[in-house]
Design a protein around this ligand. Sequence first.
Ligand code: HEM
Length: 535
Amino acid sequence: MTSSWLDLLRPSGPLDVALLVVGSLAASLLTYVAWSYFLHPLAGTPGPLRAQLGIGGWATWRAAKRDFGWQLAALHDKYGSFVRIGRNEVSVVAPAAVSDLYKYGGQVKDKSRFYQFFKVTKPSLLATLAHDDHTLARRGVSPAFSMHLLVGLEEFVDACFEDLCTRLESQISQSGGKATINLGDLLQFLAMDVVGELAFGRSFGLVKAGYDTDAFLPMLDAYTASSCLSGTQPWARRVLHWWLTRRIGSSGNAALGKKASEAVARRLDELKQAEATGDTDSIRRDILSKLIAAKNPDGSPFTVDQVKVQANSILGAGSDTTSITFRALLAYIVRDESVYRKVMDEIEQALEEGIISFPISHGAGSKLAYLQACLKETLRLHPAVPWVLPRVVPKGGAVIAGRFLPGGVYAGMSPFVFHRRTEAYGADAAVFRPERWLEASDEEKKVLERNLLTFGAGNRVCVGKNVALMELTKLAPSLLYRFRVSFTPRTPTSPHQLPGRSVDGKVDDAEPWFCESQWFAHQREFFCDVEERVV
Ligand code: HEM
């Protein structure tokens, strides 16, 4: 029989079979890599090599290392406005992209699959990907977050703050006039107690207890870390979730579900009794009430499950974010004596002139112009969510910041990176300068506001923005007025276990915390020396 060259390829033993399999795999991989590098619609967009080769994993690795913000900033410094951060994903930092990607009624509408694992049990608002589904869901939930409703709930926020003052005073007196306190944790307890009051019918009592009674903090950490990591590698979700929950522990998860069930059941009971006695005025008109009264698009009332999902997602979305911002605001004010002096002079003068009184209302706090400018600068330089907020370019493609991106590509902007770019905030973009918000003309202010992505933008803008701003506007001046706060210096005997690291990743022991950058820009170990002020 005559042999052809094809016979040479025919395996004649197990070794040949193995070689053929390995060879075929290598050839497929090479073809895939070459396609990603040369032919993919994002080919030619600069970025880390592994993203360009389509292997992916850059964002996953950054999420695992929790250094996402500053690593992405460095890539943009190197490559410019468009950086390919995944096989099919691009990060953009151009002012025009804000409206191209996020504006109401714009071409780009759906969220990318990155968000899918932020669902609690069923998709919450944050995790609803399709624009149309989200619009309907948001219509039901929005009334629960109106400023009108929230202003009527200020007394509950004040009560949580009083718990904080009592705790601080007691620790201060036990320590002989000045106490070293993990203020970072206490501020998160405060934010959680406020969410408890507004969305669960009563405070969780964490500030009063002085510790994380139901292990909520590790649970929230496991929830965001696992959702974020899994979002970057959906196929590996189960493994990542298993690994993380083992590593971080998430015992609070069950406690949280239980708390939501109890809160809804309690409120439904109260409603039933009130209706029976005709005394419906005695029912608190809070977020929980509004969620219970919410309707689906077909007019049917929210089910108990829907109410629980929304309440739980509020805890997931509202407590880390608000406390990260509170810590950052305090730190920016306290670390610079001239900023601190201006804030305190403004508060004292407003008190003298009767513009504010205690407890400071949201309306009164809003009149503290310099403090509000500090808050804006804090939201700009330390956005609680530094991650890119990825959207899907629609079929047929879209022009984003002057560049055509084909349909199906994921594109997003990182508030952290964008806010530090000169094209967004000028040559001093990296500097904390509250005055920029006060000196700007009305037209300039519109641009500053438009470029501020801390709460997202467009129809996906944070639904809890009013809750956070109300809390910070009231409580930051109240805390600063009652207590003198300074960073606990790092010494061999101080309680710190981690080195100092700033929001932009600089390791420096003068920093008040160890900052991480993943979905959240969380600060660990914010220890402060706290004294009562003579007022
Ligand atoms: C300073 C505090 C806060 C910051 C910086 C913040 C930031 C954000 C951001 C960036 C988004 C949009 C994400 C995206 O486009 O992908 C978002 C959405 C959301 N936030 Fe906030 N948030 C804060 C406080 C709160 C609070 C207090 C609550 C609840 C009481 C809350 C509940 C939500 C919810 C439910 C969504 C999803 C909205 C939707 O998709 O319709 N947030 N937040």
